[in-house]
Design a protein around this ligand. Sequence first.
Ligand SMILES: O=C(O)CCCC[C@@H]1SC[C@@H]2NC(=O)N[C@@H]21
Length: 187
Amino acid sequence: MHIRSWIWAALFAALTAVGGMIKIPVPYVPFTLQIAAVYLAACLLGPKIGALSQLLYVLVGLAGVPVFAEGGGLGYIWKPTFGYLLGFIAGAYTSGWLIERFRWTKGGQLFAANLAALVVVYLCGGLWLYGAMKWIVEKPLTIGQTIWFGVLLPIPGDLILCAACSLVAARVWPRVRPVMTTERLGG
Ligand SMILES: O=C(O)CCCC[C@@H]1SC[C@@H]2NC(=O)N[C@@H]21
């Protein structure tokens, strides 16, 4: 893989870290801006490099750098929000794959792809939240509470970010994406 791909992946990993620092504490699952970096990485880097950016982010956090919403370190895998972090990797891949497979470029199309990413993030995050609260924290949430705190509370903000990032990506796409993707880099 071309060095430029690694640099872009690292930059978007850093952007996700910034998104994790901008947070509003809410019980169980904080509001953060991490998902905006996931949307943009998928749209501008494609499935592989987009997912790589999120994998780098998670690995740096697990290595101990406090880039997650509530710190970092290997023990973070036991936190109720760790599933969202795994969801960022799978979500970036999903959205990037849809965009690449169907050659989507318009704002509405990117919105649809990012919506799919959001579903993946919430699936991973919600399932992990439920399991972690039950078996690790041992303060179980009901399914209704899990959906309320894990999905319904944060989703309005995430939908606004989805629309905003999709429009921005559609605008900058023609100029930026050829530079960012590996298609022309042979890697
Ligand atoms: O601990 C972490 O760093 C992960 C926090 C995950 C927060 C999730 S991301 C999707 C949803 N939208 C938000 O604003 N918060 C949750």
